[in-house]
Ligand binder design. Structure first.
Ligand code: EPZ
Length: 420
């Protein structure tokens, strides 16, 4: 295992290119299970998670070739209906093969993804939606076992106690494309990643209305054909670099992001006095002399993304003054608080709130990466802090940030990897 060594405390400068979205490419790859015909997916990010999904699809019987960031998925014989524990347990996103496998084969057996550091990660909404479509569902030895001779269209409400669910929407949406009749998904997730999935499914011949809204109407078809799709830019990677630029007072040009997917962050930073502007397909951060402390609450899209909460906390930790960060999607998603406090931050957790007493400077320290986005928050803090920060268990970062070392080196960061 590697650790990342950062010598922080100086501004960065340069340009960074945003990769394809991790959270878009996973359901898009899963959707190729719905057809036997070849599919081409462009701008696939080279991440641990996208490679895990490719491994999973190969284990299910798909033939996959990757050239650069383009992936061609073809069939090479009958599909297996069993998604093994050893792969699903390493990446929760694998659970979104359940819906397409069930729709394509009439049966599917997928390991329960288990919890992770950001929370219990239940799947009740996934199962509620598939059951509403007519699937028989049972649990055996840590596997979800589903069967359905025919899936029948229905109306189903997919809102949970924390609001809409991205991957439950993906699973039910994909299953509904091959169901008999019309399915209406109320309180569907409307994240850009779901929109990207809808566009891919439509290109495959699926009939979907309400794309981008909380109400998806799907008219099932007999079969889907092959198609090509471009994965949308990763809005969380882009947001991470925007917050990095603000926290280190750096002049960074962020290329290839979709500004329209970042409104919640842009608006929040404007309140803090940080202007995030778009010039063509480049986003620039105009840093003021002093940044104002501002609070934020995370919500499902179009609210402030939970996946940027840790990175925003790192910015507030180095912004003199008090701010309150409230986590409404994963109330336990604060594992980064203790690590930031090791660097001299003053953050107090109160239930779903973190009270940040921001100050400069933080000081470098050995810290532990955990959840992917908490680790990104530690990278930002390490680049803003004075001295040397060691981020252990770097593989967490490699799950969701393509080429992170080289992108930071190109921005002039003093970083390098060492073996643990
Ligand atoms: C997706 O996870 C993302 N992952 C997560 O990103 C992201 O944090 C999350 O959406 C919220 O935006 C991928 O797309 C691969 P949810 P997902 O179902 O779909 C509860 C990252 O760092 N819930 O939208 O699994 C759940 O516990 C990752 O890139 C139920 O109660 O999340 C949470 O509180 C982390 N029952 C809330 O809903 C269910 O059946 C939102 O979760 C499903 C979810």
């Amino acid at each position: 295992m590697d650790k990342l060594i950062i010598e922080g405390g100086r501004p960065l400068k340069g340009e960074v290119e945003i990769a394809g979205s991790k959270n878009a490419v996973l359901p898009v790859l899963a959707a190729t299970l719905l057809t036997d015909k070849p599919c081409t997916i462009r701008r696939v990010p080279k991440l641990r998670d996208s490679m895990t999904m490719i491994k999973l699809l190969r284990s299910l019987g798909k033939k996959i070739e990757m050239t650069g960031n383009d992936v061609v998925v073809e069939s090479k014989g009958p599909l297996s209906h069993v998604a093994e524990y050893k792969l699903v347990s390493t990446m929760r996103g694998s659970f979104c093969v359940l819906g397409p496998l069930l729709a394509k084969l009439g049966k599917a057996q997928v390991s329960l993804p288990g919890g992770c550091v950001i929370g219990v990660r239940p799947v009740d909404l996934h199962l509620k939606g598939l059951h509403a479509l007519g699937a028989q569902i049972s649990m055996e030895n840590g596997y979800v076992i589903t069967k359905a001779r025919t899936l029948r269209g229905t109306s189903v409400y997919l809102g949970g106690v924390f609001g809409s669910s991205v991957l439950a929407t993906a699973n039910v949406l994909m299953a509904a494309t091959l169901a008999k009749g019309q399915t209406v998904i109320e309180s569907a997730a409307c994240e850009p990643e779901i929109e990207n999935l809808c566009h891919f499914l439509q290109a495959m011949g699926a009939k979907i209305d309400g794309v981008g809204s909380h109400r998806l109407v799907i008219n099932g078809v007999r079969q889907l054909h092959g198609a090509e799709i471009h994965v949308i830019p990763d809005r969380i990677e882009a947001g991470t670099y925007i917050l990095l630029a603000a926290a280190t007072h750096s002049d960074i040009r962020i290329k290839g992001a979709n500004y329209a997917h970042l409104w919640a962050l842009v608006d929040k930073l404007k309140q803090a006095g940080v202007d995030v502007i778009q010039q063509g397909n480049v986003i620039k951060v105009k840093n003021p002399r002093t940044i104002k402390p501002v609070g934020v609450t995370t919500y499902p899209y179009p609210g402030f993304p939970t996946d940027l909460q840790a990175q925003f906390m790192a910015l507030m930790a180095v912004t003199p003054g008090i701010s309150i960060i409230t986590e409404r999607v994963y109330p336990d998603r604060f594992i980064h608080v203790a690590e930031l406090n090791r660097m001299g931050a003053d953050i107090q957790r109160e239930g779903p709130n973190a009270i940040v007493q921001g100050k400069r400077p933080l000081f470098g320290a050995p810290v532990m990466a955990s959840d992917l986005r908490a680790s990104a928050g530690l990278v930002i803090a390490g680049l803003a802090a004075k001295g040397r920060t060691e981020i252990h268990r770097m593989y967490h970062l490699e799950r969701g940030y393509e080429n992170l070392d080289n992108k930071l080196l190109a921005l002039g960061a003093r970083i390098h990897r060492e073996k643990e």
